[in-house]
Write a protein that binds this ligand. Structure first.
Ligand SMILES: [Zn+2]
Length: 261
């Protein structure tokens, strides 16, 4: 018997009433659990095993690769997520990145913490989704070992150039003056100093601080673009859930336009 706390990342129904769920845990990475009778109306597993729930799971010993759920008690359900299609889409994208990139049996307390915090803010709706997405993408990239070099211009050593070009592939930046024509052939995201400062904040700050920073409206675009492209390039994968999030959040971005910086 194993007792473990985790977030439900995905679920697959098998047969009439059983279901496999993948959960993200601090101690064992992502593990697969068989929930017997999850489809029954009288199921006692109920809300604790639903998508994005954070619960304590009591699991029986492994049979054929998966552990079987014995009992469950929900800790946090994130009900607020259900009121927004784009919030659910974004949470699904976060889940898919984790399922793809986190190995089973690897200890992942920081990744669990990042996911729980992102779900919390998504459910509350207090942080703009596009910003939350960039924070998740950059921080998880750093946690997975893909840390961008945010120290200084690779060529001249300038700490905070007014404008700079950040390489998605190689993860370093050069200031505008140092950008050579040869370098501009590879993929760089142009950004102002404020976007660089936000990237530094997200990848270097203590965890408690990563969600709190100010950034002007014009510096958001390059930050969001770099975060998405950097993670996508380094985990080397296209995520269908990201396409879906783009599709459903497109309308909302229009509505959100014009908000102050
Ligand atoms: Zn330079």
């Amino acid at each position: 018997m194993l007792t473990v706390k985790g977030v439900v990342l995905s679920q697959r129904t098998i047969g009439e009433q059983d279901r496999f769920i993948d959960i993200l845990t601090a101690e064992y990475g992502v593990i697969e659990v068989l929930v017997k009778g999850a489809g029954k109306i009288s199921s006692k597993t109920g809300s604790g095993s639903q998508l994005f729930a954070y619960s304590e799971f009591c699991l029986n010993d492994k049979k054929k690769g998966a552990r079987i759920l014995s009992s469950i008690s929900p800790i946090q359900i994130f009900y607020g997520l259900r009121s927004s299609v784009s919030a659910v889409a974004l949470a699904s994208y976060f889940s898919q990145v984790i399922e793809f990139a986190v190995l089973p049996r690897a200890g992942t307390p920081e990744i669990l913490r990042l996911m729980l915090n992102c779900l919390h803010f998504l459910a509350e709706g207090k942080i703009e989704e596009a910003r939350l997405k960039a924070i998740f993408e950059l921080r998880i990239a750093a946690l997975l070992g893909f840390m961008p070099d945010v120290v200084m211009c690779r060529a001249c050593g300038e700490y905070l150039p007014e404008r700079l070009d950040f390489s998605v592939e190689d993860g370093y930046f050069v200031c505008h003056g140092c950008q050579s024509t040869e370098e501009s052939l590879s993929h760089f995201v142009q950004m102002p100093a404020a976007s660089l400062q936000a990237i530094r904040h997200i990848v270097l700050s203590d965890f408690e601080k990563i969600f709190a920073f100010r950034i002007g409206e014009h510096s958001c675009g390059p930050l969001y673009q770099f975060a998405e492209e950097f993670l996508g390039y380094h985990v080397d994968r296209k995520f269908p859930t990201l396409e879906f999030y783009r599709a459903v959040s497109g309308n909302q971005t229009q509505e959100a336009n014009g908000q102050g910086s």
